[in-house]
Design a protein around this ligand. Structure first.
Ligand SMILES: Cc1cc2nc3c(=O)[nH]c(=O)nc-3n(C[C@H](O)[C@H](O)[C@H](O)COP(=O)(O)O)c2cc1C
Length: 314
């Protein structure tokens, strides 16, 4: 019998809608002794590039306004070490394993995915084409719908595995990029990545992170994320994975009502690594209380006066 929390994201099914977000769950192997991965629908690894990246200079993380600003700069071990050291541990983890890929040029995305194809136990890829911290590439990919489409199309040719494209919130309208990723052959879309933000120490007059601006995450970005998920939901027919500031079961419900088929939890995991287990229990409780059979019934159930109204700020 299917669990009440079961969700389908195209060809890939998940036992829970709660997925650990990229950059907030290591490479997926570090947490197994802290919290049982079976409570997650899946996890997305730290973004992997073609070669090892050192990332940005410190300080690169600061707490601000109930959230975080980071400028990690996609520090990671590179695909070779990942395939040799990390991926062999994946088959033992009983949850969906999604590998995030981030590169500076299109050809590198193709090459990283080609190399990952040899590793077992990977359920799919998340293409990080939206990180605001990297000076070259990154931002430019997902801010240009034509580039987004070409990139997804190229990667699509390299793999039969499930592909999710992760979109940036740092555009006026996410719909063109969402449509482009769908046209390129993405099986699902995830959004949002971090919002460009800045924090200043008024005494020293210095920026609180070395790159001056960085990516804002956590509860304050939830309203932005909900709006972007709603815009994307009205633009495409592939499933959407929503994220941005989720900390409670009712946040999950809100994201699903506006159109997300599943969600990712990022910043909140730093404070509470066992949060997914708690969220699952509370979601089951909510379903019982409301007399709802499956959580997936919520997807896109927002009640509006106009079917696809997207409000314009006053
Ligand atoms: C410290 C940190 C590192 C992150 N690293 C990545 C990354 O490597 N790749 C990526 O796609 N997103 C990365 N993100 C973005 C998150 O996956 C997520 O999109 C964002 O934080 C919004 O969700 P949240 O508010 O639940 O954290 C990172 C976020 C944080 C806070």
């Amino acid at each position: 019998m299917q669990s009440k929390l079961h969700v389908n994201l195209g060809s890939l099914s998940f036992e829970s809608p709660i997925v650990a977000a990229s950059g907030c769950y290591g490479y997926g192997i570090e947490y197994k002794d802290v919290a049982d991965p079976r409570h997650l629908g899946g996890f997305v690894t730290k973004s992997i590039s073609l070669t090892r990246w050192k990332g940005n200079p410190p300080p690169r993380l600061t707490e601000v306004g109930h959230g975080l600003i980071n400028s990690i700069g996609l520090a990671n071990m590179g695909v070779e070490e990942f395939v040799n050291e990390v991926a062999p541990q994946f088959p033992a983890l009983q949850t969906r394993k999604i590998v995030s890929v981030a590169c500076k040029v299109m050809e590198e995305y193709e090459e990283v995915v080609a190399r990952l194809e040899d590793a077992e136990g990977i359920d799919g890829y998340e293409l990080n084409i939206s990180c605001p911290n990297v000076k070259e590439g990154g931002m430019a990919f997902s801010q240009n719908p034509a580039v987004t489409e070409e990139l997804v199309r190229r990667v699509r040719k390299r793999t039969n595995r499930w592909i999710m494209a992760k979109l940036t919130p740092n555009v006026a309208d996410v719909a063109p990029g969402a449509k482009a990723a769908e046209a390129g052959g993405a099986d699902a879309l995830s959004l949002i990545n971090t919002v460009v933000g800045m924090a200043v120490d008024w005494k020293s007059r210095r920026p609180r992170i070395a790159t001056v601006t960085g990516g804002y995450s956590g509860p304050p970005i939830k309203p932005i994320a909900l709006a972007k998920v709603w815009q994307a939901y009205n633009a495409v027919s592939v499933p959407i994975v929503g994220m941005g500031g989720i900390t409670t079961w009712s946040d999950v419900v809100e994201f699903m009502i506006v159109g997300a088929s599943a969600v990712q939890v990022g910043t909140a995991l730093y404070a509470v690594p066992g949060l997914p287990e708690k969220l699952n229990k509370e979601l089951l409780n909510y379903l019982d209380q409301e007399g709802i059979k499956y959580l997936s019934e919520l997807v896109g159930s927002l009640k509006t006066d106009r079917a696809a109204s997207v409000g314009v700020p006053s």
